[in-house]
Design a protein around this ligand. Structure first.
Ligand SMILES: [Zn+2]
Length: 213
């Protein structure tokens, strides 16, 4: 559902630009709201969430989908943890639909999906692994990398129940905004890959803005 935000960028307490192929890893405190802004359109922001005070608790696609009875995420979606707790809620969304079924790109899946020589191409999973390695203070390791949300990514489900990766439905300036219901570690890989029609084969930066309660 398309819902605009009342928050003004000039009042944000943090603003970070995340180039394609880079990651964003920050704690967003309970009550704070953050926005992922698709600066140039059709980008994929592959995102993981963890309870900042107990990182073994993390985003669960299964629980989130089951409780809302919808496979797509948008305004009103409560992002649930694997322990059934609300981590965040989507409070504004000018894109209208986000994927949590397609998974993140990995070097292995790129070889299956595209071509063998894609094995050495940078993938979202690499960016997450680099993030947890460069930020030991968050207490995460390789084993904590699990299923994710693909903000701005268009992965419609076909009538026969399959998944298709389609050209994106986002556009320059579209955003999604989430309010934290607990202190969360936000780990975003801004997708680097050149094979995915979701980003129109043109990886571009996103911006992340945070507002206090
Ligand atoms: Zn990716």
């Amino acid at each position: 559902m398309i819902t605009e935000s009342q928050l003004q960028p000039e009042n944000a307490v943090r603003r970070d630009t995340v180039p394609a192929g880079d990651y964003y890893m920050q704690i967003v405190k309970k009550g704070q709201t953050f926005r992922i802004l698709d600066l140039e359109g059709n980008q994929a922001a592959d995102t993981l969430f963890y309870n900042a005070n107990h990182p073994a608790e993390r985003y669960s696609a299964i629980d989130t989908i089951r409780e809302q009875g919808n496979v797509y995420l948008t305004t009103g979606t409560k992002i649930l943890s694997d322990q059934g707790n609300v981590m965040l809620e989507i409070v504004a969304d000018t894109c209208g639909r986000h994927d949590t079924l397609g998974g993140a790109c990995a070097t292995e899946s790129n070889t299956v999906r595209y071509a063998l020589e894609k094995k050495t191409m940078h993938a979202c999973r690499d960016s997450w692994l680099l993030a947890v390695t460069e930020h030991e203070e968050f207490g995460l390791t390789k084993r904590d990398i699990t299923h994710n949300i693909n903000f701005f990514m268009n992965v419609p489900i076909t009538e026969s129940g399959g998944l298709t990766f389609e050209d994106g439905i986002s556009a320059p300036g579209k955003y999604v905004e989430l309010k934290a219901a607990m202190d969360v570690i936000v780990l975003i890989s801004n997708c680097p890959q050149l094979n995915n029609p979701c980003n129109a084969y043109n990886p571009t930066p996103v911006e992340v803005l945070v507002w206090d309660a």
